[in-house]
Design a binder for this molecule. Structure first.
Ligand code: GLC
Length: 444
């Protein structure tokens, strides 16, 4: 790498951010915008801690899993005790106590997120200097992660295809990606019947241009209201929910985590047959159902309309992380990552990778998941490229990622247009996974 700056300094700053966001029980995604514990954030954060504080990672993950429901569902948010923390929707809105499966404490949200936790456990063991000791530390978490996968294959896979569906854009992690626009548009809001609420995500400067619209927010809230109306009963929700989507990002992460659990289970002396069967089916269906032959990349599948959704987001490439594409498919994916839609042109290159095609009319360089670069997505794509031996591409991606963090700080997301204006970082600053994944990238 030809970077001029000092990686040690960047690692020190990243560790300071994680220390700042540690509240004694868990690591918050950011100091004030996200004051509770988030599901996949905790997984990504553990990947950073793997390099210097395994105990902290285990404490963090254990706190997250203390919010696991008896069905195995792992909530998207586990609420902390900070009563001053302003966040919407908070525990009073979710009312997780309506479900007989939710823990009484801690209070949680009632939806899940991409299951990165098998991967996080694997990272902790792989990077540990004392492998046996770390294996012993992660052992209590292992069956809980398996229970999460069991939940996904049992309650989220109606056709037994090995593809888990999401039922809310917040379950995707890529909240307001344009890919969700069409299924969301099925929800017609009748304001008279929508519960009153006040957004809390518009605190940062100019946030109104960078966050989801009020119309989308109404739909997010409408879905939560539907879930709590059905007391979070999985069967009832499946029958009534207008948003049921099989996402390639979610399922690629599930597959990679399966693989990690199989590897760990081998070392822990566990019977791995079920996980192997699940994984085989998931890989098969990623290629059979989510591969879009005409677009030559992976597409999300809308179970309600029974059709593929648009493929213009980086989630279309994510099955690389799970080793799902064959070499021919991987070459096709690479061509598209190299195309103007994601890499720009020689005269006007992007920062790798915009999360949504810069050529598409829905592309917005500053708005949340509608175009900006996100560090976790880059990190995942980096792993996918490395898996296929695409070292040159992976190195360029790593260089861009580090350079963005170095120049613009540990922001939540970044404008992908390289030469547009000087401001690049948006959303909250001091963002934990930007820091944690930077530590990991610089440690290899
Ligand atoms: C936003 C992101 C989501 C993340 C959360 C906390 O909602 O879209 O992926 O987990 O913030 O950082």
């Amino acid at each position: 790498m030809h970077m001029l700056h000092n990686p040690d300094l960047l690692i020190t700053k990243a560790k300071q951010i994680l220390a700042l966001n540690w509240n004694g029980h868990f690591t918050k995604p950011a100091p004030s915008l996200y004051p509770h514990q988030w599901n996949w954030d905790t997984g990504f954060i553990a990947i950073g801690y793997a390099h210097y504080d395994i105990t902290r990672a285990i404490t963090d993950l254990s706190h997250l899993f203390s919010g696991q429901w008896t069905t195995g569902m792992l909530p998207q948010i586990v609420f902390g005790q900070e009563t001053s923390a302003r966040y919407f929707p908070g525990p009073d809105f979710w009312q997780s106590w309506r479900s007989p499966h939710a823990p009484r404490q801690p209070l949680t949200s009632g939806i899940t997120m991409p299951p990165v936790h098998g991967l996080a456990l694997w990272w902790l063991v792989e990077h540990s200097e004392e492998r046996q000791a770390t294996l012993a530390l992660i052992e209590p978490l292992f069956p809980k992660v398996v229970a999460l996968h069991h939940y996904l294959y049992t309650y989220r896979d109606p056709h037994e295809e090995g593809l888990a569906y999401i039922r809310h854009p917040w379950e995707s992690g890529t909240d307001n990606s344009p890919v969700w626009d069409k299924p969301l548009s099925r929800i017609q809001i009748d304001k008279a019947h929508l519960p009153a609420y006040q957004r809390q995500d518009l605190q940062t400067h100019d946030a109104v241009h960078h966050r989801p619209t009020d119309t989308d927010y109404d739909r997010y809230v409408w879905l939560v209201d539907l879930f709590r109306h059905h007391n979070y009963d999985d069967t009832a929700i499946e029958a009534h929910c207008p948003f049921l989507v099989q996402d390639p990002l979610f399922n690629a992460i599930l597959a990679w985590s399966n693989e990690c659990l199989v590897a760990l289970g081998g070392e822990l002396g566990q019977d791995m047959r079920e996980l192997l069967e699940w994984n085989e089916l998931t890989i098969f269906s990623l290629n059979k159902k989510l591969w879009h032959p005409a677009k030559k990349r992976y597409a999300a599948y809308d179970l309600v309309a029974d059709e593929h959704l648009p493929t213009h987001s980086t989630s279309a490439f994510m099955p690389l992380i799970a080793g799902a594409p064959d070499l021919h498919q991987a070459r096709l994916l690479l061509e598209q990552l190299d195309s103007a839609a994601f890499s720009g042109t020689a005269a006007s290159p992007t920062w790798l990778y915009p999360t949504f095609s810069i050529k598409h009319s829905a592309f917005d360089p500053k708005c949340y998941w509608r175009g900006p670069v996100w560090i976790n997505i880059n990190w995942l794509l980096y792993q996918g490229l490395m898996r296929y031996g695409l070292g040159r591409h992976a190195r360029r991606l790593k260089e861009d990622t580090i350079e963005l963090l170095h120049q613009f700080g540990f922001c939540e997301y970044f404008d992908p247009r390289r030469y547009s204006d000087t401001q690049k970082g948006y959303g909250t600053t001091h963002f934990s996974w930007s820091a944690a994944l930077c530590i990991d990238l610089l440690s290899h």
